[in-house]
Design a protein around this ligand. Structure first.
Ligand SMILES: Cc1ncc(COP(=O)(O)O)c(C=O)c1O
Length: 446
């Protein structure tokens, strides 16, 4: 198996083959039924964008473990850094002791975070845990309680993060009561405007609504600690807001002493062609949450805050495993690779892929919208171009069909296909993916 293998994808046995089936059967006996597997892919190995299943089928992976394997599966430099660190120190706990990878990565993240203000970093094990930290820090620093989040948002599944998550009702059902004092508002989604308006004549109602309505009726602005927002909404459908959105939201937050928290867990670390997606709009958040792509697959998250904001006392917050030395060296190597060229590749190949998908849109009525930045791309399938009613069943059928042909994709939002390949993806691999998607779309009737 080779990362540049021209035989990829190559389906020898219709999946799941016998060895995959055996694994899946036992897995499903023991694993929590809450997991959301879309199709029966049982993975043995990964390299670059190639996945090999248990029966020797080769797939082209356009999910990167949900935007996690930023440098591709098992990038040799990341693997080597992990191996070398594993021989020296596996764990000591950054909350209690000092070690170089923790210091080095904190310094690096403080340097690359958006804006010029000095920053400080707290490490976590996951995205949700970074969001928990952001909620706590925002409350601690501002001594306020209320949080504003957005419909369609996904911030994680732990109780605090879940209180902000508003993308699927199954994620919240029977878990209430959640955090009190959380209010959701409509996101800047011009394809399906929450206020039924059109850009630009809408005058950015999605931002001004807060001052015109919310702050005058239900939420006193001086009691709001933070606005927590995804620069590009991820699970909600890979939605890129209108150009002025984040700048206006940040200005509004500043007017009321509210912290602006960017959830860059999916969009960060070069994926959109900038180190952090919020840089596309020239905004410096007060707090940035990152995870997923940060360590190319090892579990690691971080809360990067303006130093003046991260003012909590000793003992206020920390984690036993967060900032594990092996994960930290994987992150340092990942960031080096991203800076050396992968971020540039994400911008260039991402623009190419969006262009190819727009060509596809011209030929398939099912495609209502193609949107994205860099390698965070959504293809929204609709039943009707005028009503923009999402074609959920058809989207799921396309994903299944792509899988059978050896292209690994996932959905997002009600009716979108997400394309978030590793940042090492080539134009040729994009051509192959578009070709398969073309064939799959042709099999689905609206
Ligand atoms: C934007 C965003 N925030 C938070 C999370 C939660 O991260 P984790 O699953 O690591 O807890 C995710 C995961 O998909 C995400 O996409």
């Amino acid at each position: 198996m080779s990362a540049a293998d021209t035989r990829v994808p190559h389906i020898r046995i219709p999946p799941p083959g016998p060895i995959s089936r055996e694994l899946i059967e036992t897995d499903e006996r023991y694993i929590s039924p809450s997991y959301t597997r879309s199709y029966p892919l049982a993975v043995k190995r990964g390299e670059g964008l190639t996945l090999e299943d248990m029966d020797g089928n080769l797939y082209l992976d356009f999910t990167a473990g949900i935007a996690v394997c930023a440098t591709g599966h098992c990038h040799p430099r990341v693997v080597k850094a992990i191996q070398q660190q594993a021989e020296k120190l596996l764990h000591i706990c950054g909350a209690d002791f000092y070690y170089p990878p923790l210091r080095d990565l904190a310094r690096k993240l403080a340097e690359i975070a958006p804006g010029n203000s000095p920053k400080r970093v707290l490490f976590t094990n996951s995205g949700a845990e970074a969001i928990e930290g952001a909620i706590k820090l925002a409350r601690y620093h501002t001594r306020r309680q209320h949080i504003i989040a957005f419909y369609g948002a996904f911030h994680g599944r732990t109780m605090g993060a879940l209180s902000l998550t508003a993308s699927k009702i199954t994620q919240r059902r029977r878990f209430e009561p959640l955090l009190p004092e959380v209010t959701h508002v409509g996101y800047g989604n011009c394809y399906r405007c929450p206020y039924n308006l059109s850009y630009p004549s809408c005058d950015l109602e999605c931002v001004s609504h807060l001052e015109k309505k919310l702050f005058k009726t239900t939420v006193p602005p001086e009691e709001v600690a933070a606005i927590i927002v995804e620069p590009i909404q991820g699970e909600g459908g890979y939605i890129v807001p209108p150009p002025e959105y984040h700048r206006e939201l940040k200005a509004l937050a500043e007017r009321h002493g509210i912290l602006f928290v960017a959830d860059e867990i999916q969009s960060g670390i070069g994926r959109t062609g900038k180190m952090f997606a919020i840089e596309h709009w020239g905004v410096e958040p007060d707090i940035v949450c990152t995870a997923k792509g940060l360590a190319s697959g090892l579990p690691l998250g971080a809360l990067i805050a303006k130093a003046e904001v991260m003012d909590w006392d000793q003992g206020a917050h920390a984690s036993t495993f967060g900032g594990n030395p092996v994960a930290c060296v994987a992150a340092l190597e990942t960031i080096a690779l991203v800076e050396e060229g992968l971020m540039q590749n994400a911008a260039e190949v991402g623009a190419y892929l969006i262009g190819r998908l727009r060509d596809l849109q011209a030929r398939h009525r099912l495609i209502g919208d193609v949107r994205g930045l860099g390698l965070m791309i959504g293809v929204d399938l609709v039943k009707d171009h005028r009503t923009r009613e999402g074609a959920t069943v058809e989207r799921d059928a396309v994903l299944q069909n792509c899988f059978a042909r050896g292209l690994v994709l996932l959905g997002c939002g009600e009716s979108s296909i997400r394309l978030c390949p590793a940042l090492v993806v080539t134009r040729e691999q994009c051509d192959t993916a578009v070709e398969i998607l073309d064939q799959a779309l042709a099999t689905v009737k609206v």
